[in-house]
Design a binder for this molecule. Structure first.
Ligand code: ADP
Length: 324
């Protein structure tokens, strides 16, 4: 689970200080000119877990991703990955970390195996050791039958799996992925996630990924939700949704602001207008829907009741919809 952020300051604190988390991000700050991209981000994660960093456009995901994978130096705060600081030991972090970018990093004219050989050599792997490692990864990611295919002939799912194999060649302990399944069909996305959970479970890899997709965020063990460079809330997806603790009712009307005022005057509990509709959180929501229909049926165009989603979590924390 997410552990309290801890930074031992010296031996004198060791009796009371819990061991440092495997991933420990503390008060991270970054600005482009006078625009704040990261405004004091903190979170931590134990080993062998999958952490999602979910946020709408502009929330700071790319900046955070680039700092974690040593491409950008933070301007404030601190990062520790497997006990190392990317700012002072980028080479050490790169040895322990595999990175899968959202954009294609494969040579389209080379075969799957050739791409992996090139990457392995960059990591100093050669000969039988490299061959064995490539074979392991081809088997793990169901790519054995396509080892001699040029990358440009592969499906989107196979390319993503080849990217994954490439990121794992040097046996990293942490894997960092940027929007890992954006643009993939739902069943291919699921297949890719099965591979990632298997990496966590059978290879003990700690995985961090950024995303703006709710479906993608649902699969992680721990979720950190970002907005405007800050952590809005964090917890497991189930915990976060349970905190809302009831049903979410959304009422569509031609005059959502007027209807919201009238609903609030008549029924207890907060109502807000989000994305042009009146939104309420309520236990036993079906009873409220019945009452709303009795009072306001002429004003209601449509009404829906649902269990809380991660979007509802975001709305509750920010008062805004999750517009990407
Ligand atoms: P995300 O990946 O969640 O969309 P980013 O990290 O790209 O977020 O951006 C965070 C904030 O920093 C946004 O307000 C964005 O406009 C700003 N930003 C990002 N890159 C630059 C840049 N190169 N120059 C100026 N502002 C930038």
């Amino acid at each position: 689970m997410l552990t309290p952020a801890t930074h031992p300051t010296g031996p004198e604190t060791s009796a009371e200080t819990p061991p440092e988390a495997f991933v420990d991000v503390r008060n991270l700050a970054f600005r482009y000119g006078d625009r704040k991209a990261l405004d004091g981000i903190s979170f931590s994660l134990d080993q062998h877990r999958i952490l999602g960093l979910l946020g709408p456009n502009g929330s700071g995901k790319t900046t955070l991703f680039r700092i974690l994978c040593t491409l950008l130096q933070p301007q404030g705060g601190q990062v520790r990955l497997a006990g190392l600081d990317p700012a002072t030991d980028p080479a050490g972090v790169r040895r322990r970390m595999g990175v899968v970018f959202q954009t294609n990093s494969l040579d389209q004219e080379l075969t799957v195996a050739e791409n992996l050989v090139c990457q392995g050599r960059l990591h100093g792997l050669r000969g039988a050791r490299l061959k064995t490692r490539i074979e392991e990864l081809l088997q793990r990611f169901d790519l054995g039958g396509r080892r001699n295919s040029r990358v440009r002939t592969l499906s989107g799912g196979m390319r993503r799996r080849t990217e994954l194999a490439k990121g794992l060649l040097h046996r990293p302990r942490i894997l960092l992925l940027d929007e890992p399944t954006a643009g993939l069909d739902p069943h291919i996305r699921q297949e890719f996630w099965d591979h990632l959970t298997d990496l966590r479970d059978s290879a003990g890899i700690t995985i961090l990924f950024t995303t703006h997709l709710m479906e993608e965020a649902e699969v992680c063990d721990r979720l950190v939700i970002l907005d405007q460079g800050r952590v809005v809330t964090e917890g497991s997806p189930v915990e976060l949704k349970d905190r809302i603790g009831g049903d979410v009712i959304v009422v569509h009307s031609r005059d959502p602001n007027g209807l919201k005022t009238r609903i609030q005057a008549r029924f207890p509990g907060p109502a807000s207008v989000v994305n042009g509709a009146v939104r309420m959180e309520q236990r036993r929501g079906h009873e409220l829907i019945r009452d709303l229909m009795e009072e306001f049926s002429s004003e209601i165009q449509a009404v829906s009741l649902g269990k809380p989603t991660l979007e509802d979590v975001f709305i509750r924390e920010t008062g805004r919809g999750f517009q990407v």
